[in-house]
Design a protein around this ligand. Sequence first.
Ligand SMILES: [Zn+2]
Length: 567
Amino acid sequence: MKNTLLILLLPLVLLCSCGPKEKADLVIYQGQIYTANPQMPQAEAVAVAGGKIVFVGKKDRAKTYIGDDTKVIELEGKTMIPGFVESHGHLLGLGNFKRNLDLMKVNNYEELVEMVREAVTKAEPGEWILGRGWHQSKWIPQPEAMVKGYQIHDALSAVSPDNPVMLEHASGHAIFANAKAMEIAGINAKSDVGEGGEIIRDPQGKPTGIFTENAESLIGRHVPRSSPQSIRKDLETAIETCLKYGITSFQDAGSNQMAIDAYKEFLQTGKMNIRLWVMLSGSDSSLLESWYKKGPERGSFLNIGAIKLYSDGALGSRGAWLLNEYTDRPGHFGNPVTPIDKIASISKEGLSHGFQVCTHAIGDRANREVLNVYEAAFEAYPDKKDHRFRIEHAQHVHPADIPRFAELGVIPSMQAIHMSSDRPWAIDRLGLLRIQKSAYMWKAFLESGAKVINGTDAPVEPVDPIPGFYAFITRKTLKGTPEGGYEPEQKMSRAEALKAYTLDAAYGAFEEKMKGSIEVGKYADFTVLSQNIMNIPEDQILNTEVVMTIVDGKVKYKKTVGKLSQK
Ligand SMILES: [Zn+2]
């Protein structure tokens, strides 16, 4: 009898206990909390201890976790989501971009030339002038003289006769050089680049200053290399920028050993304030060899477990490799930039050594070829099931190949913001039918069962995730056009878009058990937004600001003007 009573009372005793024994380091409540966990999509409060989430649920219960040393953040109606996971960016490029000329906003060729003219007045004699972000298809008016759809260097060379200039295209797949740079590089009418790139020439055979894809290195190799000091500076800037935009994890799309050394140094000195998933630069075979010997490296802030390859270029520079010719350049199909056999062998080697392979593919031919070589690798190693190989961009994919992603378990790593920026002119490259049936097909991927992950390809686009979220659900440019969005049947829901930037993005790096949603046991990585992106009218989303970024349970960024109380 006694025992029975005890058994009956025991659950009551547990229920009545006055909260958890262990108090939390941090309790957050008083806002809209979206968890990205389908079991409990919204919550009132979260408690954190030791950098991990220990409670998600009702505010009253969360309060029992508050002890003398607990920090309490009242959200005051603001919205909290899992920290954004940027699934494809170039971390050092993001930092470096801030040091060079930002040409993203130039409206035409004259403005570009003007910016260079000004930079020349501040430069040392002979110093290289570098910049990035120009895009001739966005210019109004278009330059009078164009060759193969690009401007020619005369005006640029005139303002910088003694300083070499190299300006990278927004896509990163072409460069624009002045006469001085070409002189230093020894470029002349006879220069040749072979396969996988092009020196654009005028009808007389003279180089116009444009070098696409593999031809970029003809100029690029003469630019003084980054020093360890400049790399550290770039890394610091990049981490700061990520935190400002609510990014708590970053998947770095292609790094060399020098970059990895800097990441490790930052980790050891406590300066690695975001979590990194690093893809090794696949063009460096000795780097790959050395990592095959060691195998992937795992950690809570630094993971080195993937290989980045390039199969083709981009649509902007007409380097994307297509099954059919470019609509605006008949007879031209783009080109592979890495021999497909090489991608095939690295896919197999990588798989056998436990590395994920992430290959850039934009055109439908490139996507098909990469799927084929991935498939062959999976067949060669049938025991390596959870490989999560990725295709970076998967921008223009033949409808017959779309279901192959889910069938093979390949992740389309897309950048919704590219649709907003590029769709207005990409139709010139692909024509109406291809753009409607096979470009930026994120909903079709989702419906076929693939996990779509989102990113910005920073510094190709600004690293801010909000425009990418907006693009996923509206299919509009950042100017809000067209009414109803491009190919509206491809819109994602807000819940799907949030998942693509958090939980599924974490899946893209084997990390969904540790991050990407607000659930007990996961890292306490959160982003607090000024407004509720899950329910405000569509046209207000772009005004959203990040007011706080929390990594590992610690506030790493706080917007100074916002009022958000902390006790
Ligand atoms: Zn990229």
